[in-house]
Write a protein that binds this ligand. Structure first.
Ligand code: HEM
Length: 404
């Protein structure tokens, strides 16, 4: 039978992942954790899984959920008063059934695959415009990886173009609460979350008065069996879509470019076979360097993980980025192979919280990355990439490239 391993080595490895330079390249530490045991215990008591089978089982297990918002104060006194935490912990991504079931059903009537697919020509145009504006040495994050997703989600929700750039820093400050929450983090995250919410409240009021065909108008009108989103739920949902809609996709695009520049043969393949391999290529890039590296859960009930009995109330973290490099599931997991057969990255999670925006994120990357490879055959690194000092959301703050 498997044992939960709790050792100084495990504590050191996990501790190193919480700060630089461990965050820069977490993969050697993940490898060691996978070798030690399918399930380990961190110094703070949380359980951690790093193999593909357990990572997938944990995100799919309906008996594993989230800490409800009303328990925030119990987790840490005063937390429930923080707008940044309250908005996140009452949003779809962190609530449990039956509230989750109801809200997911309501948003799904508006945020449909058809609405996403309808954006294709608009995304193609945006990609073309952004690539046309790039020449010489540029920061790929500022020139492309950020503006594309923010414009796509802005377009979808109905945020006017001129208003979009201000949200990069605001969302970055807000999403830092997904890392280690400190007073310093909260001092920036609270005003950022409040500013975004106020902005979206203004937009919702406009759409209520004069509906258009955008997602905000659809959310305002969303109704299922006589049920509607309250004003509070509407703003929390729109805030989550806005936040989740671009930070992660920005990170996917930038992480992908780093991976491709590191594998010139694969980049050449994307350039020549772009359209034909766009779908498997994006799955592989999601696997190779996942924009979301871990998902926390709490056990509601006694369960079993990796054959080990886990008691209700235990915290457990699924390290998606580690599961994606498990040699038991992926042959040569540290090699980027854009046509890898039978790929199954766990980067969008699984179960009831499976990423609602996965079709949109995939579509953006499937259009953007082949177009980028084709437009700039001589693209190369033009300086050291700077990594965002966070692990849950893995990405870059700048990526200097020379495109011609
Ligand atoms: C590459 C880009 C993306 C990645 C890697 C990603 C990853 C994830 C993951 C791992 C989860 C599950 C979290 C959990 O189980 O605790 C999730 C949930 C979610 N994502 Fe994404 N996401 C991406 C893009 C997007 C986009 C573009 C949107 C919206 C426009 C979006 C909206 C959401 C929402 C609303 C949820 C919560 C779903 C629920 O709890 O029912 N995501 N995402």
């Amino acid at each position: 039978m498997t044992d939960i391993v709790e050792s100084p080595e495990v504590s050191t490895l996990l501790d190193e992942l919480t700060r630089m330079p461990g965050r820069e390249d977490p993969y050697p530490r993940y490898r060691r954790l996978r070798e030690i045991s399918p399930i380990v215990r961190a110094g703070d008591g949380a359980l951690v899984v790093t193999r593909h089978a357990e990572c997938t089982a944990v995100v799919k297990n309906p008996k594993l959920g989230h800490v409800p918002a009303h328990m925030l104060d119990f987790v840490r006194p005063g937390w429930a008063d923080h707008p940044s935490l309250r908005q996140l912990f009452t949003s779809l991504i962190t609530i449990n059934p039956p509230d989750h079931t109801r809200l997911r059903r309501l948003v799904s009537t508006s945020f449909t695959p058809r609405r996403v697919e309808a954006l294709r020509p608009r995304i193609e145009r945006m990609v073309d415009d952004l690539l046309s504006a790039m020449s010489g040495k540029v920061d790929f994050v500022t020139a492309f990886a950020f503006p594309l997703p923010v414009n796509v989600i802005g377009e979808l929700l109905g945020v006017p173009e001129a208003d979009r750039p201000q949200f990069q820093q605001l969302v970055r400050d807000w999403t830092m609460v997904m890392e280690i929450v400190t007073d310093e983090v909260l001092a920036k995250a609270d005003p950022a979350a409040a500013t975004i919410r106020d902005y979206l409240a203004g937009l919702a009021a406009e759409r209520r008065a004069r509906p258009t065909d955008d997602l905000m108008s659809a959310l305002v009108a969303a109704e299922e069996d006589g049920d509607k989103l309250s004003e509070d739920e509407l703003l929390t949902m729109a805030g989550l879509l806005f936040m989740a809609g671009f930070e992660t996709t920005t990170n996917l695009l930038a992480n992908s470019v780093v991976a491709l520049l590191d594998h010139p043969g694969q980049l050449a393949k994307l350039r020549t076979d772009g359209a034909a391999i766009a779908v498997p290529a994006v799955e592989e890039l999601l696997r190779y360097d996942s924009p979301v590296q871990l998902i926390p859960r709490i056990a509601w009930d006694d369960i079993e993980v990796a054959g080990v009995p886990i008691q209700g109330g235990e915290r457990i973290i699924s390290y998606l980025g580690a599961g994606n490099r498990d040699p038991e599931r992926f042959e040569n997991p540290d090699r980027l192979d854009l046509t890898r057969p039978d790929n199954a990255p766990v980067s969008f999670g699984g179960g009831i919280h499976y990423c609602l925006g996965a079709p949109l994120a995939r579509l953006e990357a499937q259009i953007a990355l082949p177009a980028l490879a084709q437009r700039f055959p001589a693209m190369q690194l033009a300086g050291a990439p700077a990594r965002r000092d966070s692990l849950t959301l893995r990405g870059l703050t700048s990526l200097p490239v020379a495109v011609d």
